[in-house]
Design a protein around this ligand. Structure first.
Ligand code: ADP
Ligand code: MG
Length: 369
C-alpha cells in the first residue's frame, strides 16, 4: 500500500434525504442534503493495466486486479464499488489503463447515509479528473448508479449519486428526477435554532420480502395499468387512485403521489426560511411510508414515535425502509433529550442500541488536493 501512486485526493459526502422517499425511481421529486462526512479517494493512474485497491475500513483487504478482467458478477464485497467505476468507464469506451485507489472514510457504513454512493462518486470524480474525461455531474452520477445497478447488482435510483455530487453547503438540493434538473434551497437548521438528528436504528430487515425491488415493481405495474410512462405523468391524482384496484397497488401509488406534494410544500417553506414548518411534512411522510408503502419496522416506528413524543417537530424513516435510519427535526436544546429517550425506548424493547449523528447540510463532491 505504501507504494501506491497518488496524484490527488477527491472527497464525496454521504447524504440524508430531507424528504421525497421512493419518488426518485418514479421520476418524482427528492430533497437530499449532503452531510459533512466524506469518503476520500487518493488516486493515481497506472499504465500497466492493474487496478490496486485499499481501504482503511475494517476488514477491507487490499487487492489487485487486471482491469481487462473486470466484469459484472466477478467481484463481491467492497471492491465492487471502486472496481465497478473502472469497469463502467471502460464499458463506455474510456481507456482507463489502471489505477491505484486508496480509500479513507468517516461516512458510517450501512446506516442509510449512502456510504456506497459516496465511495463510487469519489472514485468516479477522481478518474474523470485524472483521465480528463470531461463528464458533468449528472453523467458522473449515472456512472456511479451504473456501478450499483449493473456491477454490484442493486436497483437503486439516482438520488444518492446526485446528492453526493451535486449538493451545496447550507442547502438542500431540490431535484426533479424526471429530467435531473435541480435547484439549491437554503436549509439552515442551526440558524433557526434547530438540528437534524439522524437515528441509525442498526436494524436490517431487508430480507423480509425483498422490499425495495417489489415496491419498484408495484409502481411500474401501476403506471402500466394507468397507461402512463411513470407515476410522475399522473395529472389527476384522485382519478388515478380511483382507477386502481383497492389494496396494495393503490396504497403504493398514494404514497408516491402524496410524497411528491409534500416535497413541493417543504421546498416552499424552506424558500421563505421557515424550517420549522417542514416538521409536520416529515411526520406525514413517515405515516405514508408506514401505512401506504408499508416499509417501516418496529425499530423505525419506535425511533419516530419517541422523537415526536419528546418534542421533535417532525420525524420520519429515511431510505429504503425495513431498518436503517430515521431523521428527526428537533430544537437544538432537545437534541440530547430526544437521543436519550430513543436510546431508552430501544433498550426497553430489547433492540440493538441505536447510533446518532447530526446532519449538517454540507458541500458535494470535490477535489481536496
Ligand atoms: P450505505 O450506502 O447506506 O452505507 P450500503 O450497504 O449501500 O449502505 O453500502 C455499504 C457498503 O459500501 C459496504 O458494505 C462496503 O462494501 C462499501 N463501503 C462503504 N464505505 C466503504 C469504505 N470506507 N471502504 C470500503 N468499502 C466501503
Ligand atoms: Mg448504499
Amino acid at each position: 500500500m505504501s507504494d501506491f501512486a497518488v496524484e490527488g485526493v477527491w472527497a464525496a459526502p454521504g447524504r440524508v434525504n430531507v424528504i421525497g422517499e421512493h419518488t426518485d425511481y418514479n421520476n418524482g421529486f427528492v430533497l437530499p442534503t449532503a452531510i459533512p462526512q466524506t469518503v476520500r479517494a487518493a488516486v493515481g493512474r497506472r499504465t500497466d493495466g492493474l487496478l490496486r485497491l485499499a481501504s482503511t475500513h475494517a476488514g477491507a483487504e487490499p487487492v489487485e486486479f487486471a482491469v481487462a478482467d473486470l466484469a459484472p458478477g466477478v467481484l463481491s464485497g467492497w471492491t465492487a464499488y471502486p472496481a465497478g467505476v473502472v469497469w463502467a468507464l471502460r464499458a463506455a469506451g474510456h481507456d482507463i489503463g489502471g489505477a491505484d485507489i486508496r480509500i479513507d472514510s468517516d461516512v458510517p457504513v450501512g446506516a442509510g447515509l449512502s456510504s456506497s454512493a459516496a465511495l463510487s462518486c469519489a472514485v468516479a470524480l477522481a478518474l474523470d479528473d485524472l483521465y480528463e474525461l470531461g463528464f458533468d455531474r449528472v453523467e458522473l452520477a449515472r456512472v456511479a448508479q451504473r456501478v450499483e445497478n449493473d456491477f454490484v447488482g442493486i436497483p437503486v435510483g439516482l438520488l444518492d449519486q446526485m446528492a453526493s455530487l451535486g449538493c451545496r453547503a447550507g442547502h438542500a438540493y431540490f431535484l426533479d428526477c424526471r429530467d435531473l434538473t435541480g435547484t439549491h434551497v437554503p436549509f439552515d437548521c442551526a440558524g433557526s435554532g434547530l438540528r437534524l438528528l439522524v437515528i441509525d436504528t442498526r436494524a436490517a430487515h431487508a430480507l423480509v420480502d425483498g422490499g425495495y425491488a417489489t415496491r419498484r415493481a408495484s409502481c411500474e405495474e401501476a403506471a402500466r395499468l394507468l397507461g402512463v410512462a411513470s407515476l410522475r405523468e399522473i395529472t389527476d391524482p384522485d382519478a388515478a387512485l380511483a382507477a386502481l384496484p383497492a389494496g396494495p397497488l393503490r396504497m403504493r401509488v398514494r404514497h408516491v403521489l402524496t410524497e411528491n406534494e409534500r416535497v413541493l410544500r417543504v421546498v416552499d417553506a424552506l424558500r421563505v426560511g421557515d424550517v420549522r414548518a417542514i416538521g409536520p411534512e416529515l411526520t406525514a411522510s413517515h405515516a405514508s411510508m408506514r401505512d401506504d408503502y408499508t416499509i417501516s419496522c418496529p425499530e423505525l416506528d419506535t425511533a419516530v414515535d419517541t422523537a415526536l413524543a419528546t418534542g421533535a417537530l417532525g420525524a420520519r424513516l429515511v431510505g429504503g425502509g425495513f431498518g436503517g435510519s430515521a431523521i428527526a427535526l428537533v430544537e437544538a436544546d432537545d437534541s440530547a433529550p430526544v437521543a436519550e429517550a430513543v436510546e431508552k425506548a430501544f433498550a426497553v424493547r430489547g433492540f440493538t442500541a441505536p447510533r446518532f449523528f447530526e446532519a449538517i447540510p454540507s458541500a458535494g463532491a470535490r477535489r481536496l488536493s
